[in-house]
Design a protein around this ligand. Structure first.
Ligand code: GUN
Length: 290
């Protein structure tokens, strides 16, 4: 068997087009368009790339983009004061503070200063708690994108078993909660779990967000399972031209002979994350319009 490839680029393009159309319909005059504020503290190279991409894609969706780049030495009071201004700004409907923050800043204090209705990352405890109790709320972008892809492949989650590998607040925990909300039977494994291959072999749906290149081997996968690889790992010098290449957390070449459907890296989950950020910004906008 060769697994169906799940084309994240195509999913993301469809979602971006839907958001763009909705923005054009809701806010025909640019002055009233949804506004996304992205805050970057310091110069983390990967964060710089993500922030540029978020701003560009917001503009392409017909939104307003506000980028706030602050020096590495920014104090917590200064960052909290900026967030307070963005909370009060009626041109700004979504606020995202790019993580990781420099070590002297407490990400919890910063995230919890964002007004929950503008928290387009879905990281505020109020949104986390709502999703955790099965209520409608702003959902973190990566798990939201994974659920959208899964829904196109899985008619009914009831009776299905899922394993999420990784228990971060950004991906693993919200992912497990969303699958549970869909009435899946959910297991969560992480770096202290000792029996991950056995758990994986029980899973109809396997979502891997461990950050370990090639962690999941083909013989961990239940034949026909849907495998979603959230990992984006830079591996140096393996490409024919000697440059770094991106690989996921799944041993893709072998796994695709066993899985029923699988996301590639790159081109799988990655493109959906920013598309979902745009969808969340549109949602926040609609919430604020009332
Ligand atoms: N850093 C890596 N992923 C994310 C994300 O989804 N949101 C924010 N704010 N920072 C990140």
């Amino acid at each position: 068997m060769t697994a169906q490839l799940i084309d994240g680029r195509a999913f993301a393009a469809t979602l971006r087009a839907r958001v763009r159309e909705r923005v054009a319909a809701l806010a025909p005059e640019a002055g009233r368009a949804p506004g996304l504020a992205v805050v970057l503290v310091g110069h983390d190279p990967a964060s710089e790339v993500y922030v540029r991409s978020k701003g560009r894609q917001a503009l392409e969706a017909g939104m307003k983009s506000f980028e706030h780049r602050l020096p590495e030495t920014t104090g917590e009071d200064e960052l909290l004061a900026l967030i307070a201004r963005l909370n009060a700004d009626d041109q700004v409907h979504g606020i995202l503070v790019q993580l990781p923050l420099p070590a002297h800043l407490d990400p919890r204090a910063v995230i919890h200063a964002i007004a929950p209705q503008k928290d387009v990352d879905g990281f505020h405890i109020s949104n986390v708690g709502m999703v955790g109790t099965g209520q409608d709320a702003i959902v973190p972008c990566t798990p939201l994108g994974v659920m959208m892809m899964l829904r196109s492949l899985v008619d009914d989650f009831r009776g299905k078993t899922a394993l999420v590998i990784g228990h971060s607040n950004v991906v693993g925990k919200p992912m497990a909660r969303l699958l549970l909300n869909a009435d899946c039977t959910v297991m969560v494994a992480h770096k202290s779990s000792t029996n991950i291959p056995e758990l994986a072999r029980m899973a109809d749906i396997l979502v891997v967000a461990a950050g370990v290149p090639g962690l999941v081997k083909a013989d961990w996968i239940k034949p026909g399972a849907v495998v979603i690889d959230v990992g984006i790992n830079r591996v140096d010098g393996n490409a024919p031209d000697g440059r770094a290449r991106l690989v996921g957390d799944v041993d893709f070449d072998r796994a695709r002979a066993v899985a029923g459907a699988i996301t590639p890296v790159p081109g799988g989950v990655g493109p959906m994350t920013i598309a979902c950020l745009l969808a969340n910004t549109l949602r926040a906008y609609c919430l604020q319009l009332g």
